[in-house]
Design a protein around this ligand. Structure first.
Ligand code: SF4
Length: 256
């Protein structure tokens, strides 16, 4: 798709819904593929990663503020039922870690886990995307350029973690215009979306929305820096990752 055509489609899609993408302090929040630019206060890392304390975030009620914060800043449509769109959500142990155990500790069996894209080092979604709409940034974040997505859903088939959602419905019809974050783009029907580790916030020097909402129960930082807080937490706590045997090398860890 050439630039002229892509720009036209972007403009037509946004204006049809009466929504505009805003430029914030030199940072365009639209398609991170080519437009996110670091501001002066940008947070940087060689490999961003996250540790979630599931003991503190172990119920749906505890996870709900994270979901609300994330979905609000990213204009995630609120669609009930099977066609829902999610960037972060709550799930039980077996669904989260694929490790059935009939004799598990009851507390752990009943615990809920905050799930999101793992920003895998060896991300199958990146390998299968035919248009490079999903791509790996040098800092380890698996980002998306929504304008490049053709809705083939190969990435959804490739992701073993169910971290991606497809907009079967027109998402803009399921957004509250009064609560819209005009600094982040809305998507169109037929586009896939997922957690982006808040690349647009990192570019402005802010932590991810879920980290802020977690009141210290999620630590986010540079996995490649032994002196970082995230590495300290990983040294001091036993953690697990989702489906490590698949070899995708998830960047999200769970204290259990
Ligand atoms: Fe891709 Fe899924 Fe890994 Fe996220 S969790 S990087 S969507 S394979």
């Amino acid at each position: 798709m050439n630039h002229t055509r892509r720009n036209f489609l972007k403009f037509a899609g946004l204006t049809a819904a009466g929504l505009c993408v805003a430029s914030v302090g030199g940072v365009m929040a639209a398609g991170p593929g080519s437009t996110i630019k670091d501001g002066e206060k940008a947070l940087k890392a060689k490999r961003w990663g996250m540790v979630i304390d599931s003991k503190r975030l172990g119920t749906k009620e505890a996870i709900e503020p994270l979901v609300k914060a994330c979905h609000a800043v990213h204009n995630v449509p609120d669609i009930p039922g099977k066609q829902n769109v999610k960037w972060i959500w709550a799930a039980g142990f077996e669904e989260s870690f694929d490790q059935p155990n009939n004799y598990m500790d009851e507390g752990l069996e009943k615990r809920q886990f905050a799930l999101l894209c793992n920003h895998c080092t060896e991300a199958p979604c990146v390998r299968v995307c035919p248009t490079k709409a999903t791509y790996k940034r040098p800092d380890g974040i698996v980002a998306m350029d929504y304008h490049r997505c053709i809705g083939c859903r190969y990435c959804m088939a490739g992701c073993p973690f169910g971290a991606r959602s497809f907009n079967f419905m027109e998402p803009r019809l399921h957004l509250d215009a009064a609560k819209l974050n005009k600094e982040f783009p809305t998507r169109m029907r037929g586009v896939v979306e997922k957690c982006n580790f808040c690349v647009e916030r990192l570019a402005l020097g802010k932590m991810p929305a879920c980290v802020e909402a977690s009141q210290g129960a999620i630590v986010f930082g540079d996995l490649s820096d032994p002196a970082s807080e995230v590495r300290k937490v990983l040294r001091e706590h036993y953690t697990i990752r989702r489906k490590p045997a698949l070899g995708t090398e998830p960047g999200v860890y769970y204290i259990i």
